[in-house]
Design a protein around this ligand. Structure first.
Ligand SMILES: C[S@@+](CC[C@H](N)C(=O)[O-])C[C@H]1O[C@@H](n2cnc3c(N)ncnc32)[C@H](O)[C@@H]1O
Length: 259
């Protein structure tokens, strides 16, 4: 299924129901509920702005430390890189490391609590870092990293219409995500989220593929929970090209971050 075009839909005035907390510890989760019934009418304008402008906010100190740790861990390993952004407990990171045994897989999540539930590292070709994904992407780009694969598995949906800028495709770090290159795969239990990501990819000149997914072996805890709760699951993917121009643009001022 192709991404839906962005149009100026008039949003019906409806009360937004609270979204399920989606905790993996609680009972079945509710499907995503939103006052937004189609792709966001401001998506095109916002994506255009992010693609045209580099984002120079200095990275958070904890992400800078995490990036240095990851860089040190990669020293001497000359393997293709895979990112598992928003990795939660890192269950997917360990599985992806088995699947991509010739690669180094980096699982990134901001939650120390979630990461602490990972248990012992199972193979030596992955690592988990506590970091902000957007900052980490920009640091990786500034350091010249290129990705072979980039998984974005069930990022928080931020389903209220007013929360567009918090979604992956609405955030200012979108251009860094795209410029890192590689085969990108986003999964969501909210169809509109996957479609909006597809629209952002199309606006950046790619040809996204969106389909529905029925996982036999769930890759993540949230995937498992959503599948058990009967949610429809969506996947959006495209092959991205590493963009060294964008990397150069993102390098401006980065010596301040990394020195
Ligand atoms: C819905 S959970 C999905 C976790 C995992 N991918 C899964 O499917 O089980 C979203 C995750 O994104 C993480 N997260 C949200 N915003 C983040 C950010 N800016 N940087 C890094 N992690 C973030 C949260 O801590 C949470 O673990």
């Amino acid at each position: 299924m192709m991404a839906a075009p962005t149009r100026n839909y008039k949003l019906p005035a409806r009360k937004v129901k609270p979204v399920s907390k989606n905790s993996t510890e609680r009972g079945p989760s509710q499907p995503v509920s939103s006052n937004q019934l189609f792709c966001h009418p401001k998506l095109g304008k916002l994506v255009g702005k992010h693609l045209a402008n580099a984002h120079h906010r200095p990275p958070a100190p904890h992400t800078l430390r995490a990036f240095r740790h990851a860089s040190d861990s990669l020293a001497g390993r000359d393997k293709p890189l895979v990112f598992d952004s928003f990795c939660g407990t890192g269950m997917s990171t360990a599985t992806l490391a088995e699947r991509h045994e010739d690669c180094t897989v980096i699982g990134i999540d901001k939650s120390a609590h979630r990461l602490s539930r990972h248990g012992p590292i199972q193979t030596d070709n992955y690592l988990l870092v506590q970091a902000d994904c957007g900052d980490f992407w920009r640091l990786a780009l500034a350091a010249g990293w290129q990705l072979q694969q980039h998984y974005l598995l069930y990022p928080n949906p931020w389903p209220k219409s007013g929360q567009l800028k918090r979604r992956v495709h609405g955030c200012a770090d979108l251009s860094a995500l795209l410029a890192l290159g590689g085969q990108v795969e986003l999964r969501s239990n909210w169809q509109i989220y996957a479609e909006e990501f597809g629209v952002a990819l199309a606006l950046a000149g790619y040809h996204p593929h969106i389909d529905q997914l029925t996982p036999q072996n769930p890759l993540t805890l949230f995937e498992q929970k959503y599948a058990q709760s009967g949610h429809k699951l969506w996947r959006c993917g495209a092959k991205l090209v590493h963009n060294s121009t964008s990397a150069t643009r993102n390098l401006e001022g980065s010596e301040k971050w990394t020195s």
